[in-house]
Write a protein that binds this ligand. Sequence first.
Ligand SMILES: Cc1cc2nc3c(=O)[nH]c(=O)nc-3n(C[C@H](O)[C@H](O)[C@H](O)COP(=O)(O)O)c2cc1C
Length: 357
Amino acid sequence: MKKNILAPIKYLRSADFSLSFKKWRQKMASKLPLCHYLMRRRYAPEVEHLEVETFGMRFPSCIGLAAGYDCNGTLIDAMEAMGFGFVEIGAITPKEQHNAKRASLYKLKNDKAILNCADIDSDGVERVIENIKQRKSRIIVGCNLAKNSTTSDDDAPRDYLRLFRPLYQYADYFTINICLNSTDKPYVPSDKEQIMAILQPLFEFRRGQNQYRPLLLKISPDLSDEQIDMMADIMIDTPLDGIVACGGTVGRHGLDNSSEIIHKIGRRPGAVYGSPLKHRALEVVKRIYARAKGTYPIIGCGGVASAEDALEMLHAGATLIQLSTEFIYGGGKSMRNIRLGLDEQLGQEKASHVEQE
Ligand SMILES: Cc1cc2nc3c(=O)[nH]c(=O)nc-3n(C[C@H](O)[C@H](O)[C@H](O)COP(=O)(O)O)c2cc1C
């Protein structure tokens, strides 16, 4: 029994604590102009081929930071210095909510994956707005919105609107997160009425505003192919601007080399991110791209860990890419490699197109 209680603490040290410390260092360093400049020089070398125009905005790089890393918008400037082309902050909840203090994040190193058994950790919308106001860089910022875990599923649409209204003028785009599956009380609405009940009030509010903010839906990789098609149809039939595919999976496939840790953690509910997601994320992106005939932007997310993976995601139909797990494992060095590698590969592709013409 004692062993079971202590086991997660070993992994807590290697995940929750070291991650918080890393974020604190990144935040502090980016506040000092000289450090910010040096970070940029080290991690964000000049590139030529990563720029993308989509959603009516110019993204200096198609590689962005996925939600879940900068939960409260305190790392926006640091992430710009790390070379990301855009940052999705959150998930943000209307009211502050924090996790009970117990091991909740596990690095499954042998499978280059992360198991997250924690609920969303958010300082609440008001605090996040204060943080966004303090940022210095002009990097594109998306806000990832989620309901509070104490809000019933029926009241969820009200929570999304409660976030959308006050954040509207501070975000460049919004992601409606309907893949809340890291706890034993998952919220993954998958029928059209439920989803439209969330989206409709947001569309209505946006209609009354002077400025346009793109709205995206972040979906679960565990949906069936028919449900994925339904999500694509919602995008085609409504003013929804795009889809983020995907969030974490509740499945445990692809964790063949982590059985010892999985056994120690026990049967805790939680979401898996990283390499095991890659195959399904590519399938989902391809499926949405085909269904929408390539006419809508898709943000491809899940298991991107190298320049080759990023290129594969673009070839599957993604317009932009997000990553999280690889950044948690490899930090700025890994970002630099992906940035330079993808730039080189896209440069080669462009050159061979020109030759063929
Ligand atoms: C620790 C952690 C927390 C996350 N929290 C959120 C979240 O709050 N909202 C969300 O939409 N996705 C969240 N995600 C999912 C990521 O945004 C992303 O969809 C997923 O990790 C797949 O990308 P990756 O394989 O590059 O990590 C989280 C991921 C991690 C690793």
